[in-house]
Design a protein around this ligand. Structure first.
Ligand code: AP5
Length: 216
């Protein structure tokens, strides 16, 4: 039986949402939709939305809800989303969560939890492929060849928003604007906490176990 699932991944910057979203998307064969990736792509193409979004992202602030909701309303209406989807980094505010409800229902919100130390180690060592967006880490997930993506041979780079001051700002913004969503989704009965400590393979197993429990 095909089990359709609309999944939200919630958690502070750097905890490993993108890494788990990639693994889960491959396993469930549903799209991973990352608002950060969409806006970085728009910024690279220098579109009006991309230029506007970049100014907020470079400062570690959230892009205005209006822009993000407009992007997501369109994206969620695309055909591939009919089989379910994984949202990575959206919603990030109560306004976005309420906006999302007008477009799609959510079956489960996986809330990733780890220590501040682990989050900082992960976020500061992250490397990303310029071309395919594959995520690596200078210590925990090294590419086979230094600076080169295993999948597409693209060049790996450190994102602008990994600078120390910007990371601090992103964590503050998470505390103020995104953390309230934990309570919001808990009250709706769709929240599941996932222990995000340890190796990414172990976290993936916990994610699958959580989703399996929902099917029963
Ligand atoms: P976005 O791109 O969404 O970034 P983020 O949520 O801040 O999260 P990150 O991508 O930094 O971390 P992650 O949790 O995905 O972890 P990852 O898997 O990469 O957003 C960027 C910006 O865009 C925002 O600041 C905002 O300006 C804007 N934006 C985006 N969405 C928005 C929205 N909805 N509304 C408004 N503005 C929005 O892992 C991190 C590192 O750790 C990697 O190197 C990885 O290899 C490593 N790692 C992962 N798991 C493990 C593990 N278990 N053990 C060891 N290392 C691990």
């Amino acid at each position: 039986m095909v089990f359709i699932m609309n999944i939200v991944l919630l958690g502070p910057p750097g905890i490993g949402k993108g890494t788990q979203a990639d693994a889960l998307a491959a396993k469930l064969r549903i799209p991973k939709i990352c608002t950060g990736d969409i806006m970085r792509d728009e910024a690279r193409k220098r579109t009006p939305i991309g230029r506007k979004a970049k100014s907020y992202m470079d400062r570690g602030e959230l892009v205005p809800d209006r822009i993000v909701l407009e992007i997501m309303e369109k994206r969620l209406k695309e055909n591939d989303c009919r089989k379910g989807f994984i949202l990575d980094g959206f919603p990030r505010t109560l306004v976005q969560a309420k906006g999302l409800e007008k477009t799609a229902g959510i079956d489960v919100v996986l809330n990733f939890v780890a220590s501040q130390k682990e989050i900082l180690e992960r976020i500061t060592g992250r490397l990303t492929c310029q071309y395919c967006g594959e995520i690596y880490h200078s210590e925990f997930a090294r590419p086979k060849s230094h600076g080169v993506c295993d999948k597409c041979n693209g060049e790996l780079y450190q994102r602008e928003d990994q600078k120390e001051g910007v990371v601090r700002k992103r964590l503050e913004v998470y505390e103020k604007q995104t953390k309230p969503l934990i309570e919001y989704y808990r009250k709706k009965g769709v929240l599941a906490n996932v222990n995000a400590k340890g190796r990414k393979e172990d976290v993936s197993k916990r994610v699958l176990k959580t989703l399996d429990a929902l099917k029963k």
